[in-house]
Structure formats: C-alpha cells, structure tokens
Write a protein that binds this ligand. Structure first.
Ligand SMILES: Nc1nc2c(c(=O)[nH]1)N[C@H]1C(S)=C(S)[C@@H](COP(=O)(O)O)O[C@H]1N2
Ligand SMILES: [Mo]
Length: 254
C-alpha cells in the first residue's frame, strides 16, 4: 500500500487548509476534496491525517520530576543479542558506534561520545504500551534531527528505519517513522534514562523516544538508522516488527 505523506504546503495546495493554515469548518468542505477523501479510506491513515492537520509540531505532555514512576517496567526484549553486543556491553559501549546510512549524503559512524557532544534534550514523558500499562520516566539524548542533520538527508528520503541489536521470538526488531516524527522536537535518541546510562533491559546503549506514539515504536538497542524512500524493502514491508508479525498499526499515535 502506498502511504500518503502530507506536508502543510501540500494540504494548502489541495485546498484542505484555508488561508493562514486554518482548518476549514465543516466536514463537507473536506469530503468534497478527493485528496482528503482518499486519506480517510482507512482508520489508520485518517488518524495520521488528523494528527498532521492539527499540527505536526504538537508536543506530548511533559511531567515534573515528582511525577516519575518509582518502577518502570521493561517490555519486549530485555537483552541485546549476539557476541558483538555482549562485548560492547562489557566495554560499556566505549568502542560502539551508531551506523547512519541509506539515503544520506554522508554515511556516519557515531560513537556515544559524539552523540553526547551534540546538544542534549531531557524530557519527562509517559510511555504507553499497547498492552495497557504506562510509566513516566526521564530521557536524555540528542534530537534525531541533529543526527540526521550531520548525515544530510537526500531529497528522496521519506522514512527513518531503526535497526536493533536484539532478537525477539527469533527475529530481529526494527521500527520506522516518517520525517514529521523524525524532526519533531521531542524525538530523541536516548542514551540516558532517569539520569543514568540506559540499562540493558531498556535498550542500551541507545533507544528511540518518539513521544506521540505507543511503546512499540520506541525501538530499543538501536545500532543502525537508515533513511529510505519506501518501507517496501524493509523485512515484511509494513515498517516494523509488530506491524509485520501482527496487525499493529504503523502509525501508533496516542
Ligand atoms: N528493540 C526492541 N525495541 C522495543 C521492543 C523490543 O522488544 N525490542 N519492545 C517495544 C515495546 S512493545 C515497548 S512497550 C517498549 C518497552 O520499553 P521499556 O522496556 O523501556 O519499558 O519497547 C519497545 N521497543
Ligand atoms: Mo509495548
């Protein structure tokens, strides 16, 4: 399935947004627009379209330190897999680096020291797992936008794929997001949780935080990020482990 990605400019061109970007009132104005109608064909795309129409910069709620959960459970993989991972863990990831590739001008290997040298963002947010539990924790790391800025996206890039160092039920874990979420101010590559280096069970040394989406989008044990023009060539083609293995929605907006 081809996924429509909306830009604000595209919507204005398509007539879905009025002057100054204000929403047209009334559904009829939107229903009459074939571009918008085609977006409503599935609930998932409608959800994505709504999120984007209402403003792709909307922030997820942030909390005070006093509201942090005393316990933050680990879910899915609690360990990284393979000899390389165990060796890096034993060395506290001193020799480890994040691989940045795909549709970028400048492929990179970024050690943790380089990720920590970028401007850092710390945020206290609530993690919501699709299984029905939530926890509030503090996350620190560079914005994904800063990392993508170093590599330089090629114009054809439309999604960012996160490849992980764990094996869950016999298969590697992976996830993907679009560029609106990739460049969102709260989308970070977290190397610290609650003021400490990320523990193994929470995805050491690096995990994604994409705060406006459900827990399964927050890839742990990230080793490689890849810019792509389409998700069709990534494993089963639906953009993520649970999207391919089960019927989880690719866009998991909260
Ligand atoms: N690599 C990887 N990332 C993953 C998972 C996983 O199994 N492997 N599980 C996901 C799910 S379903 C949730 S709810 C969160 C759990 O994060 P936590 O262990 O820090 O609570 O990680 C997500 N990211
Ligand atoms: Mo989850």
């Amino acid at each position: 399935m081809t996924r429509l990605i909306l830009s604000r400019r595209g919507l204005i061109r398509a007539g879905a947004l009025g002057a100054g970007g204000a929403l047209l009132t009334g559904c009829d104005a939107l229903n009459g627009n074939p571009a918008f109608r085609s977006l409503l064909e599935t609930g998932e795309d409608a959800h994505l379209a709504t999120q984007r129409l209402l403003g792709s910069d909307a922030l997820a709620r942030e909390y005070d330190a006093a509201q942090m959960s005393p316990e933050f459970r680990a879910n899915g993989s609690r360990q990284g897999a393979g000899e390389d991972y165990r060796r890096h863990l034993g060395q506290q990831f001193a020799q480890w680096s994040l691989v940045v590739g795909g549709l970028v001008e400048k492929p990179l290997h970024l050690p943790l020291s380089a990720l920590r040298a970028l401007p850092q963002r710390t945020q206290i947010t609530r993690h919501d797992c699709v299984e029905g539990w939530s926890a509030i924790g503090q996350w620190t790391g560079p914005r994904l936008a800063a990392v993508l800025g170093l590599a330089g996206l090629k114009p054809q890039a439309r999604y960012i794929v996160f490849h992980c160092a764990d094996i869950y039920n016999g298969r590697p874990y992976y996830e993907s997001i679009d560029l609106a979420d990739a460049f969102h101010p709260q989308t970070i590559l977290a190397w610290a949780m609650n003021g400490q280096p990320l523990p193994e069970r929470h995805g050491a040394p690096l995990r994604l935080r994409v705060e406006r989406q459900l827990g399964y989008k927050h890839a742990k044990f990230v080793t490689r990020i890849e810019a792509v023009s389409s998700l069709a060539g990534i494993h089963g083609g639906k953009g993520g482990y649970w999207e391919d293995q089960s019927d989880y929605a690719w866009y998991a907006g909260i």
